[in-house]
Design a protein around this ligand. Structure first.
Ligand code: FES
Length: 345
């Protein structure tokens, strides 16, 4: 079907929203509550567009295209409407950007800047101070920063399938709470979709600012799914894991291990030298000595009890090549088919 956006004739697909049609054509419409992987709820209204013949602007994220309509995405009236919406959002959102972990990649911060809002003109309302304990100790919730876009609620319900979160109370005191905390699996999806820093990570203390961090794309080493992620590195230390827009089989989603299990990399307790057990103690040794000892003991056991007295367990954290070599070693050198892998446990 054909329609017009900002005076351009455009080919639209059946059953697509104005937002996705515009996006395909490279026309940007600002959004806040919308996420491509979630069902639209049209709550923030920042994506409003005008349609010729319609009395009021409509949200582009949940309005579907129809033949011949004429859409305007950036008129003076729309800009003014968005400024008013932002003013209302700032009523409840403190301008504490200098101390917020989200500074530099906050959707609200960017929109406030883009729409030139220099001060909050509406009278500030101070809701009662509420402490909310999140459903996992890995995350902190800041109710005062929450704009109730419900991305966290929806991702937990629609993508993770745990349905832990919901809005409680009404009006100024409305906030997100873990209403079914026992369902939480600490995957941190809620944290990853929060656009404004209302949810922040509590694992490592120094987060660093966006412009100080180096983001290194890699593949998660915990299992064989091959989720892609970005290690956020500051001063040669991993300080958090993100997935912002990088392609991969996980589509930006991670489990608890991929998102929060990064501290072992720089841990002081990490084994860096081989250990040999001497009676009850483990004693540090060199690789040469450790490998010679292993070879000697394998030969002795094999000679005395036969090849099938030895079995080998490999790991999903190794590369394919490591696992291939391991089974080859067990079959060709040790002489047994007793090989298994932690992914089957
Ligand atoms: Fe469309 Fe929020 S992005 S209403």
């Amino acid at each position: 079907m054909k329609l017009h956006i900002d005076g351009r004739e455009i080919e639209a697909k059946e059953n697509e929203t104005i937002l996705s049609c515009a996006k395909r054509q490279g026309i940007r419409i600002p959004t806040l509550c919308y996420m491509e992987k979630l069902l639209p709820i049209g709550s923030c209204r920042l994506c409003v567009v005008e349609i010729e013949g319609y009395e009021k602007p409509v949200p582009a994220c949940e309005t579907y295209v129809s033949e011949g309509i004429k859409i305007w995405t950036n008129t003076e009236k729309l800009k003014e409407t968005r400024r008013e919406i932002l003013q209302f959002l700032l009523l409840n959102h403190p301008l504490d950007c200098p101390i917020c972990d989200k500074g530099g990649e906050c959707v609200l911060q960017d929109l406030v800047y883009e729409y030139g809002i220099e001060k909050v003109t509406l009278p500030k309302f101070r809701p009662k101070k509420i402490e909310v304990t999140w459903s996992t100790p890995a995350i902190k919730y800041h109710p005062s920063r929450c704009v109730l876009c419900q991305r966290c609620v929806r991702v937990c319900r629609e993508l993770v399938g745990r349905d832990v979160l919901d809005i409680v109370e009404h009006g100024y005191n409305a906030r997100i709470e873990p209403v079914r905390p026992e369902n939480c699996i600490s995957c941190g999806e809620c944290l990853s979709v929060c656009p404004v820093g209302a949810l922040t990570e509590k694992i490592s203390p120094i987060k660093g600012r966006l412009w100080q961090i180096k983001r290194v794309s890699t593949v998660c080493g915990y299992c064989g799914v091959g989720c892609t992620l970005q290690l956020n590195v500051l001063n040669n230390t991993i300080i958090k894991v993100t997935t912002n827009g990088i392609p991969g089989p996980n589509n930006g989603t991670l489990c608890i291990k991929g998102r929060f299990g990064y501290e072992f990399v720089g841990s002081k307790d990490r084994l860096r030298k081989p250990l040999i057990r001497v009676q009850e103690d483990f004693v540090e040794t060199s690789w040469e000595e450790a490998l010679s000892y292993i070879a000697k003991r394998f030969s002795e056991i094999k000679e005395k009890h036969g090849s099938d007295s030895i079995g080998g367990l490999c790991s999903a954290r190794c590369t394919n090549e490591d696992n291939y070599l391991f089974q080859k070693f067990m079959r060709a050198v040790i002489g047994t088919n007793n090989v298994d892998h932690c992914a089957r446990l």
